[in-house]
Write a protein that binds this ligand. Structure first.
Ligand code: AG3
Length: 274
């Protein structure tokens, strides 16, 4: 067996490695290094700048939690925007909600979309739906041009750095707030609460702008073995609201209303940090 390992450096002193069988694709786009590799334990993985974005074995956890939490809080989500998320996994989950009329996918790097279409059909086939509108523009600018339009905005971005850095600032969260309708909800992935130096900053930024906000946690083994965080901001609805009756229409493997509520229960040391 080949002994080739992929390693992601989470900090200077903490790395996560897993064996890869094959490099299926690798290129440099205008924005980043894009690769797709095959791993015996994680399945097919999308890497951007040597950072794992998603794996076919565990992507359902991340994508269900980033999408269904805000969509189940909102009583009737119709217009949704996804910033980043060019692999299509988040859009696939959003489309499970029959109330959703349109999902705009705002992905800066069209090569991520093309590579995902070729190698990750389990995620990207959702992008062919006629309810999806794809815009290959900078989400940061795009969101500024919109006012009171979306019910839910999901920020499925890479970790802060490169094109994503500005997506973790208070100014950006304010633009997202303005782009939402009066009862709108946003969620952003906010990294590892243990290792990301940007976690606390992002949580505080969202809290300064939205009347209701909180991080929520899940475990996604593709990134690290411990917690991964998302942070939700809501203009009107409490974050533990779950419109339970709508679950009947939605098939999930990870998300349940109980998981939704439990995810907002934070360990004491994380509460103390934020
Ligand atoms: N979005 C980013 C996940 C964060 C990965 N971070 C890391 N490995 N350090 C993933 C896109 C999935 N649709």
């Amino acid at each position: 067996m080949l002994d080739i390992w992929f390693t992601e450096n989470h900090t200077e002193g903490y790395k996560v490695s897993w064996r890869i069988d094959k490099i299926l694709h690798s290129e440099r786009s205008r924005f980043q290094e894009i690769a797709v590799v095959e791993s015996p334990d994680l399945g097919r993985a999308l890497l951007l700048d040597n950072t794992v974005q998603t794996t076919t074995r565990f992507e359902f956890i991340y994508h269900e939690m980033i999408a269904h939490v805000p969509l189940m809080i909102h009583p009737r989500p119709q217009r949704v925007m996804v910033i980043g998320g060019g692999d299509g996994g988040t859009v696939r989950e959003v489309l499970k909600h029959p109330t959703v009329e349109t999902v705009e996918l705002v992905e800066i790097d069209e090569r991520v979309i093309q590579v995902s279409k070729e190698w990750l059909p389990q995620l990207s086939s959702a992008l062919n739906s006629d309810r999806v509108k794809i815009l290959t523009v900078d989400g940061l600018q795009y969101v500024k041009e919109k006012a009171a339009h979306y019910d839910v905005i999901i920020v499925d971005c890479t970790d802060p750095g490169g094109p994503s850095l500005a997506l973790f600032t208070k100014d950006f969260y304010q633009d997202v707030y303005n782009a939402l309708t009066e009862d709108g909800i946003m969620v952003s992935q906010t990294g590892s609460p243990t290792f990301s130096p940007h976690f606390v900053e992002a949580v505080k930024g969202i809290r300064q702008v939205f009347p209701c906000s909180s991080p929520y946690l899940t475990c996604e083994p593709s990134y690290i073995a411990g917690f991964w965080s998302f942070t939700a901001g809501s203009k009107k609805y409490a974050l533990d609201t779950v419109n339970q009756d709508r679950m009947a229409a939605i098939t999930t493997r990870y998300y349940t209303p109980e998981i939704h509520r439990a995810a907002f229960v934070l360990p004491k040391h994380i509460q103390e940090q934020i």
